[in-house]
Design a protein around this ligand. Structure first.
Ligand code: NAI
Length: 481
């Protein structure tokens, strides 16, 4: 097909949901059906409380749902109807078998591919939206070609495979989708491959300027997604490594970042020091890149990128140790208020959130933890903290952890308040709010800003002892020396 009339998206997650909702919004002439094996998720997409929180998403879904946007568990019907199918399923890090802890688990991608091959009754364009290791498209193609059947009139069903990685960032997904920096489309260098790329490109051209659409070979496209995430995460680990030097010397990491960012070759973005990055992608995709490099016999390359992850682990641990050492080397039975549990602001997603690692550490030190997050549900927090691998005694977690309904409630009787997520609500709290929080806490009251969001001067003025990531001890009172 050269003109796309019906799109199916397999996987109604953080990527498939928002991405294909925006396609439906911008292409009213295309019927978009988003399917998933998880009926609870599909029911939520069809309800008033969407399963994914993203600023602007509710409005997009409400405008299109029932018009040309549908959420369904009838995967086969949607596959049959579509000219173009996005595969947007999860690709987590393998937890067992070969490549355990590094390689991507492609089981869900393969299952979707086999399903397409077995139920398709006409030719289709298959688009890899999931982040996959380089050359996954080749495996998908083999599966499709070895399993494809004939149409009713006897012609062989053909499948064209494209790579179209998603570059949206959670928290700004709708903005990113409406005005992408670029849309990357990888195809085989054949006339059918190019025609398929053109068909997908035309879908995007309903709202994206053609100059932003970049067509490449399949393997470049697949690798570019891993490369982009590795480079982004590397910047965070780089500034976080410098934040350790800042704390030890009295330099200020914000000043260092600003000074460096003024160099046009470096640029100012993505140089914010923090307790460490989280999210479902950075770690997974770098581990994937490390595994790919190892498999190609490039162990120096693998070691190089692995260091980005190790530095991130070190950042979280260094911050947690700072909390314990500052609280006179023990937090046993002390109440610690944790503000923010999502991995970043404006999302309810907690996957690989730094808060999970910090809470685990505090729990092992036998602290009592009170957590507040404006978007993450109590259920999700408890699930994350009692997951096998994070903890071996789920009952004990329930004794040590409570969930608060507001930042003020979380801080009552706490010895320290720890900011883990850069929610605006924390940044915008007034001096009066902080004064009230201070008054309700045990003294001395400590504040640890893991995201550099609050004005330390305001907190100090109301009485807090403040530690901000990457801000040296020399300018603060002697307790930090
Ligand atoms: P997710 O876990 O939120 O969603 C994946 C969905 O696929 C789940 O709802 C699952 O039930 C469904 N699924 C799995 N196997 C299926 C099958 N055989 N048939 C039908 N549905 C199936 O994952 P998320 O975050 O949307 O990520 C999807 C992919 O996009 C991953 O490869 C990820 O690396 C990539 N990505 C994620 C970004 C993010 O910010 N979350 C950004 C860019 C890419």
């Amino acid at each position: 097909p050269t003109q796309v009339r019906a799109i199916c998206c397999i996987g109604a997650g953080y990527v498939g949901g928002p991405t294909c909702s925006v396609i439906a919004l911008k292409c009213p002439h295309i019927k978009v059906t988003i399917v998933d094996v998880n009926p609870v998720r599909i029911a939520a997409w069809n309800s008033d409380v969407l399963p994914v929180f993203e600023p602007g998403l509710d409005e997009v879904v409400h405008e299109c749902r029932g018009r040309n946007l549908f959420f369904s568990t009838d995967i086969d019907a949607a596959i049959q109807e579509a000219d173009l199918i996005f595969v947007s399923v999860n690709t987590p890090t393998k937890t067992s078998g070969v490549g355990k802890g590094f390689a991507a688990d492609l089981h869900y991608v393969e299952a979707s591919t086999r399903r397409i091959a077995s139920v398709a009754t006409s030719s289709k364009i298959i688009v890899e939206k999931s982040t996959v290791p380089c050359r996954t498209a080749a495996s998908m193609r083999t599966i499709l070609e070895s399993n494809s059947s004939y149409t009713a009139d006897g012609t062989l069903i053909s499948f064209q495979i494209l790579s179209n990685p998603e570059f949206l960032a959670e928290g700004t997904a709708i903005r990113d989708l409406l005005a992408p920096d670029r849309v990357l489309i990888g195809s085989l260098d054949t006339s059918q491959g190019k025609a398929a790329a053109k068909a997908l490109s035309e879908v995007y051209q309903n709202w994206v300027n053609p100059s932003k659409i970049y067509e490449t070979g399949l393997w470049s496209s697949e690798l570019s997604k891993l490369a982009a995430n590795a480079l982004l995460a590397q910047r965070i680990s780089s500034i976080n490594s410098l934040s350790a030097i800042c704390e030890a010397t009295g330099a200020d990491v914000d000043e260092v970042a600003h000074a460096c960012g003024l160099d046009a070759r470096i640029g100012p973005k993505f140089l914010k020091a923090s307790v460490g990055f989280g999210g479902s992608c950075f770690q997974k995709d770098i581990l994937n890149l490390v595994y790919l490099s190892e498999s190609l016999g490039l162990s120096e390359v693998a070691d190089y990128w692995h260091q980005v992850i190790k530095m991130n682990e070190y950042s979280k641990e260094r911050f947690a140790r700072k909390v314990v050492s500052t609280l006179f080397n023990t937090i046993t039975m002390k109440k610690i208020a944790v503000l923010g549990f999502a991995f970043k602001k404006d999302t309810g997603d907690t996957r690989e959130s730094a808060a999970i690692t910090l809470c685990k550490y505090f729990r092992q030190e036998r602290a009592l933890i009170s957590i507040y997050d404006p978007k993450v549900t109590t259920n999700q927090i408890m699930l994350d903290l009692t997951e096998p691998g994070v903890v071996d005694d789920a009952e004990q977690v329930k004794k040590q952890v409570t969930i608060a309904k507001s930042m003020k409630e979380a801080c009552v009787d706490a010895e320290a308040v720890i900011i883990c997520t850069e929610w605006d609500e924390f940044r915008d709290a007034s001096p009066q709010d902080w004064a009230e929080i201070y008054a309700s806490m045990k003294k001395p009251a400590f504040a640890f800003d893991g995201r550099g969001v609050v004005d330390a001067k305001i907190l100090r003025a109301v009485g807090f002892k403040v530690h901000t990531v990457g801000k040296g001890p020399l300018i603060v009172d002697p307790i930090w020396a």
